[in-house]
Design a protein around this ligand. Structure first.
Ligand SMILES: Nc1ncnc2c1ncn2[C@@H]1O[C@H](COP(=O)(O)OP(=O)(O)OP(=O)(O)O)[C@@H](O)[C@H]1O
Ligand SMILES: [Mg+2]
Length: 234
């Protein structure tokens, strides 16, 4: 669904991703792993048109994305949840969810909201609370729910479990699995390699801007060299 070919990208004159080629399959829940500074967030930003591309191609279902504005890329059905500043703290949970639906036809909104609250029941119980007061896990659920309400076909999430207790991180990964079951393709950057590998289908490991490993989640978990060498032992 997304094919990255010989991508060299970074910031200003700085090249971070080096001749990177990989592809994310339709309907799959893929994890992008690797040490700090290996280029994981840079890859997401490159897909969203948020940094400098020096060469290569990024195609969504055969359609080139490089050169398009971020808004135009989102409008193709790609939702991006950055690690920070992904909700409106001053608004209530309900108002945040309503903003997430702004591009949906009015007649779809009630059922979309109902489905969202089935996936993230906690958000129904927190409807009138100011979003800035949510717990870490609730905050991430809200950010994911807002993205999902935009009716994407593909979601990019940057470290959705950052700062969460292990049990809460597990809840987040379970809800991502639920979204995958509803037909969403997921690309998730994670530090928490061992944990996400129990929930995702496929993994890519970056190292210094290059691809160090790719394979099924199971193969990645069994690859001691990758796990110990690039991912640390959690
Ligand atoms: N806006 C920027 N301007 C210049 N360099 C940047 C910028 N953002 C990131 N970098 C550099 O690009 C490299 C890769 O950063 P990136 O954020 O992609 O890493 P990452 O794999 O997401 O790491 P982490 O696990 O710490 O989030 C790092 O060396 C970083 O310092
Ligand atoms: Mg990052």
């Amino acid at each position: 669904m997304i094919t990255v070919q010989n991508l060299t990208a970074g910031y200003g004159k700085l090249e971070i991703l080096q001749d990177l080629s990989l592809s994310f399959a339709h309907g799959q829940f893929s994890a992008v792993l690797g040490p700090n500074g290996s280029g994981k967030s840079t890859l997401m930003k490159a897909i969203m048109g948020l940094n400098t591309v020096f060469g290569g191609a990024i195609a969504l279902n055969g359609r080139e994305l490089i050169g398009s504005a971020t808004e135009a890329i989102s409008a193709l059905g790609i939702a991006y949840v950055p690690q920070r500043e992904n909700i409106f703290d001053e608004l209530t949970v309900r108002e945040n969810l309503q903003l997430g639906m702004r591009r949906r036809p009015r007649e779809q909104r009630a059922s979309a909201l109902q489905e969202t609250l089935e996936i993230f029941p906690i958000l129904g119980r927190r409807g009138s609370q100011r979003a800035g007061l949510l717990s870490g896990g609730e905050h991430q659920m809200l950010a994911i729910a807002i993205a999902w309400l935009g009716a994407p076909t593909l979601m990019l999430l940057d470290e959705p479990s950052a700062g969460l207790a292990p049990a809460v991180a597990t809840d987040v990964f379970r809800s991502l699995q639920d979204l995958r079951g509803r037909g969403i393709t997921l690309i998730v950057v994670e530090q928490n390699a061992r944990r996400i590998l129990r929930y995702c289908d496929y993994a890519f490991v970056l190292r210094e801007g290059r691809l160090a490993f790719e394979g099924s989640a199971e193969a990645c978990l069994q690859d001691e060299e990758t796990i110990k060498g690039y991912l640390g032992v959690h």
